[in-house]
Design a protein around this ligand. Structure first.
Ligand SMILES: [Zn+2]
Length: 215
């Protein structure tokens, strides 16, 4: 399951051909409402997120507090107040909105938010639930219709946003974590290693595939 989640993240990164002509930017970055959920581990909220000055890869965005129902009619992405994503992680979100429109593709959330909502489930059950919530990204790859899901979980690891005043804090902040910014502690650290190795290998294989294509 962890391997499949890693391969899904990589596949989503390559939804746009690596040989896209220069100057062509597709899909266009959508406007989004970004809903900031308070982190159950470190307490980071919308204020902390805002003061961290995190740039998001959207045409424009409005930050919405966890309890604010007004999204301004924009599609919504829910993240924790302490997590940061590589811009490419949002590629499947942008493609879903371009392909299906912001009404059908209206609500997304990070794995960390999904894990928080799942509560105290066994680890295997958490993975199974995430795998199901991420299946919309598989539909983008196969060209199928977008499956009806109340909230679509974005298949991507995230990093911890931290002031990094110590080396340990800095090191923690540069490590991608597949279940969210605090999720590599204890036993899950082993699975994070498995995830990152699989993600790297899948990316290498995909790039080798491009290299061997006749130009
Ligand atoms: Zn946190």
């Amino acid at each position: 399951m962890v391997e499949r989640m890693a391969r899904r993240e990589v596949a989503a990164h390559f939804l746009i051909p690596a040989d896209q002509p220069p100057g062509v930017i597709r899909p266009p970055a959508p406007p989004m409402a970004v809903r900031i959920m308070s982190c159950p581990d470190c307490g980071a909220d919308a204020d902390r997120f805002q003061s961290a000055g995190i740039a998001l890869p959207f045409a424009e965005w409005r930050i919405v507090a966890a309890d604010d129902p007004d999204t301004g009619g924009l599609p919504t992405l829910a993240v924790l107040g302490c997590e940061w994503f590589a811009p490419r992680a949002m590629l499947p979100v942008a493609i879903a909105i371009e392909r299906f429109g912001p009404v059908a593709a209206a609500a997304f959330r990070s794995r960390a938010v999904a894990v928080t909502e799942l509560g105290e489930l066994p680890f295997d059950a958490v993975l199974a639930a995430l795998d199901e919530q991420e299946s919309w990204a598989d539909a983008l790859l196969t060209g199928d219709v977008l499956p009806a899901q109340p909230a679509r979980t974005v298949p991507a690891a995230s990093r911890l946003v931290s002031p990094a005043t110590t080396w340990a804090a800095y090191r923690a902040s540069v490590t991608a974590r597949f279940l969210g910014p605090h999720a590599s502690d204890a036993d899950q650290g082993r699975w994070n290693e498995v995830y990152l190795v699989n993600r790297r290998d899948a990316a290498v294989r995909t790039l080798e595939g491009y290299a061997s294509c006749p130009a």
